[in-house]
Design a protein around this ligand. Sequence first.
Ligand code: ADP
Length: 490
Amino acid sequence: MSLEKMKKNLKNMSIKGKVFLYLIGFCSILLILLWCFQIIFLDKFYKNIKIREVKNSAIEIAKHINKDDLEEVVEDLASHNDLCIEIISANGTRIKSAEGANQCIIHRMPQFEKVKFFVEAEEKGGEMLEHYDANKPKDNVYEKDKVMIKEKDKDKEAPKTIIYSKIVKDKEGQQYAILVNSMISPVDATVQTLRVQLYYITVAMILFSILLALAIAKRVSKPIENINKSAKTLATGDYEVKFYGSGYKEINELSDTLNYAAVELAKVDGLRKELIANVSHDLRTPLTLIGGYAEVMRDIPNENNSENAQIIIDESKRLTTLVNDMLDISKIQAGVQKVDMKEFNLTEALNEVINRMSELVKKDGYNIKFSYDKEVRVKADGPKICQAFYNLVINAINYTGNDKSVEIIQVLKNNMVEIQVKDRGIGISEESLPYIWERYYKVDKTHKRPITGTGLGLSIVKSIIELHGGQYGVNSKINEGSTFWFRLKL
Ligand code: ADP
């Protein structure tokens, strides 16, 4: 199987399979370590530990060579560590001795042999370590045995013994040799036992991995499978579906997110239905009017007057506004429109919009007031900002009260310019406030004329200001009026 294919297979593996794979991997590493340490290197470890023990004992004795407690220390070390210890003078005379191990060699050695240890250790710089076969004759021919046994040392069956000799001097300058003899029992029997144990452990661990993998996978994959099932139901358009996560933080979070997504989708779906209702209503009314008036004008000669023609013109304008708004919002939200950031005089641009609108609404008695401290320049997309501003002013005109006045204020706040559009009209209820920025949202869903909005105005404002990284908001009280505002960075 190629590497690519293996990678792909691994990617598509079920949780069960992966957990099992990881557990088996983990167990294998553990088992390899166990086999290495318990079987392969056990002999080496054991020998090294013994050698260190023997050397440390000799060092400890050397420290006490001039002290009164020497005998006590020698006895202590011998009995605690199963060692045979002898301190001899240069001519092989035994000064101190303790026998803590069976099969001790040094206590059965003739004096002249011990002298050899002394001499050899001295020649080798004060210390020497020799390995022997403990089963070999001990009375004579040590030299010969030594050679022979050293060669045989590779034979793991033979019980070994080590003799460590260390030369020390007392305070009078007299030299002594500390001979420490320790048995190194063969570990083969132990290794055999451990090997059998490890076979059992290996099988047990593999079984355990399988069971654990199954248990973990069941606990982890079950909730995911449930979520998947609910997601499929959601995909069919059932927004009532609930996601239940259990046991795990991530899965709980996922189900919370999906529950949230389902609520949002339900909202979008609601909006979509409302949009169709709104748009068809908004399109149908002017179309019916246009068709009706046109027919009347054609069929009844007296009705062919400018008033009726004006109605047709007004209604077609309404249609144009609706279609334009829909186009704008879809372009902005599809990310097609990019902001063209250029520095321009914001105050002047707003003033122009106000003047143009004042001209249009003057005849209906509307009054738009604009106040500002000084002219400000901002870096933004001028036409878009004007469009957002225009939408706010149009709303204020549409929803203002009997005083028919709209107040616009430009203020500077912490490196930002804030534009407020105030009216003293019907205001917006607290429940509606969070939704007015959504597409096609209308507080009054009865579509009373003459207030005919598209339900898109504020959503366009929101998108434009967000594109500029600005802030926007509204303060409103029912029957007292509303203040819509947006802020741009200076
Ligand atoms: P519309 O075209 O219907 O005005 P908008 O997105 O501009 O759509 O506004 C959404 C809703 O917010 C409106 O239907 C209206 O109920 C409410 N609204 C907007 N501006 C004002 C205002 N100045 N005073 C009261 N209500 C407002």
